[in-house]
Design a protein around this ligand. Structure first.
Ligand code: C2E
Ligand code: MG
Ligand code: MG
Ligand code: MG
Length: 287
C-alpha cells in the first residue's frame, strides 16, 4: 500500500545523511557559539505598546548560511540535543533581560520556547529558578511557551515540573493553540496562563468564508477559562482591528515587527513600536 515507508530508498538515505550532518554540525555550533538569540516584540493591541518579547533562536553557520529553527529544532529533539540548546537559549534570554534592566530599558516579559524533554530533565526546575534569582529577575517576567501537544504529555514528572514553575511565578503559554487536537475536557485543567492562537487561524481573519470561526471559538474558550490571549502571525491592519474588537489583548506579527537581532530590538524598546511600512500591502501604501 502507498504511504508505507521502505526500509531502504535513496530518498530515505539522503534524509538520514542530511539529519546526521545537521546533528554533527549542531555539536560544533554549540561549541563555537554559532547560535544567536533574536527577539520578536509582543504588543498590546490597544495601543501597540510593548508587552514583551519572544526569544527565537537563530543559527548562523560559519559559511554565513542561516538555518531555520523549523529545520534544526526537530532534529535536535530527536538527537537528544534539545536540552543543551534550550538551556543556552534560556540563559541567554535571562542575561539579555538583566542587561536591558540595568540600562533602564523596559521589556515587561521575555518568553522562551521549551519542550517536554527540558521539563523532564533532572534538576531543570531548581536550575531555572536559581538562574532567575542569580540574574536578579522577577519570575513573572519570564515566560515559557509549549505547544499544546507537548502539554498533553501524561508523564507525571513533566506535569510536576510545570506546576512547580508556575507556582514559582513563571508564566506558561500554550503555543500554536488549536493545532494539537486537545479534548475539551482536557482544557478544563490546562496548566497554563496564556493561550497563543496559532497563525494558521489568524491567516483566515477577518473574513474568508467563515474562516474566522475557529479564532472566535478560541477567543471564547480563553475568556471562559480566564486565560490571557495572544494572537500570533498578525500581518495586516484588518487582522489587528478584528482581534482588537473581539477583546484579544496581545499580539505578535510582521505587521508590527519581525523577530529582531538584539541591537534592533533595543532600538524598538527605545523608540516604541508602530505599524511597519515594509509589512503593508502595496495598495495601502501612501502615494
Ligand atoms: P513558534 O514558537 O510558534 O514561533 C513563532 C514563529 O512564527 C517564529 O518562526 C516567528 O518568526 C514566526 N512569525 C511570527 N510572526 C509572524 C508573521 O506575522 N508572519 C509569519 N509568516 N511568521 C511569523 P521561527 O523563529 O522560524 O521559529 C519557528 C519555531 O521554532 C517556533 O515556533 C518554535 O516552535 C521553534 N523554536 C524557535 N526558537 C526555539 C528555541 O529556542 N527552542 C525551542 N525548543 N524551539 C524553538
Ligand atoms: Mg513560541
Ligand atoms: Mg507559536
Ligand atoms: Mg505557530
Amino acid at each position: 500500500p502507498t504511504g508505507v515507508p521502505h526500509f531502504y530508498s535513496p530518498a530515505l538515505q539522503d534524509r538520514t545523511l542530511y539529519f546526521l550532518r545537521i546533528e554533527s554540525e549542531m555539536h560544533r555550533a554549540l561549541e563555537q557559539q554559532e547560535f544567536e538569540l533574536w527577539f520578536q516584540p509582543k504588543f498590546r493591541l490597544s495601543d501597540l505598546t510593548m508587552a514583551g518579547a519572544e526569544a527565537l533562536i537563530r543559527w548562523r553557520k560559519p559559511s554565513g548560511e542561516m538555518v531555520s529553527p523549523g529545520v534544526f529544532i526537530p532534529i535536535a529533539e530527536n538527537a537528544g540535543l534539545i536540552q543543551r540548546i534550550d538551556n543556552w537559549v534560556i540563559e541567554a534570554a535571562c542575561a539579555a533581560m538583566a542587561r536591558w534592566r540595568k540600562s533602564g530599558l523596559d521589556c515587561p516579559r521575555i518568553a522562551v520556547n521549551i519542550t517536554p524533554q527540558d521539563l523532564a530533565a533532572d534538576g531543570f526546575v531548581p536550575w531555572l529558578t536559581q538562574l532567575i534569582s542569580e540574574y536578579g529577575l522577577t519570575p513573572s517576567c519570564i515566560g515559557i511557551e509549549m505547544t499544546e501537544t507537548m502539554l498533553m504529555d501524561v508523564d507525571q514528572n513533566i506535569q510536576d515540573s510545570l506546576k512547580a514553575l508556575r507556582d514559582y511565578g513563571i508564566r506558561v503559554s500554550i503555543d500554536d493553540f488549536g493545532t494539537g487536537y486537545s479534548s475539551l475536557s482536557y482544557l478544563q485543567q490546562l496548566p497554563a496562563d496564556i493561550l497563543k492562537i496559532d497563525k494558521s487561524f489568524i491567516d483566515h481573519v477577518p473574513n474568508n468564508g467563515g474562516g474566522q470561526l475557529i479564532t472566535n471559538a478560541i477567543i471564547a474558550l480563553g475568556e471562559q477559562f480566564g486565560l490571557e490571549l495572544v494572537a500570533e502571525g498578525i500581518e495586516t491592519r484588518e487582522q489587528l482591528e478584528y482581534l482588537r474588537k473581539r477583546g484579544v489583548q496581545t499580539g505578535q506579527g510582521y505587521l508590527v515587527s519581525r523577530p529582531l537581532p538584539e541591537p534592533a530590538f533595543i532600538e524598538a524598546m527605545k523608540n516604541g513600536l508602530s505599524i511597519s511600512q515594509a509589512s503593508e500591502a502595496p495598495h495601502e501604501m501612501k502615494k
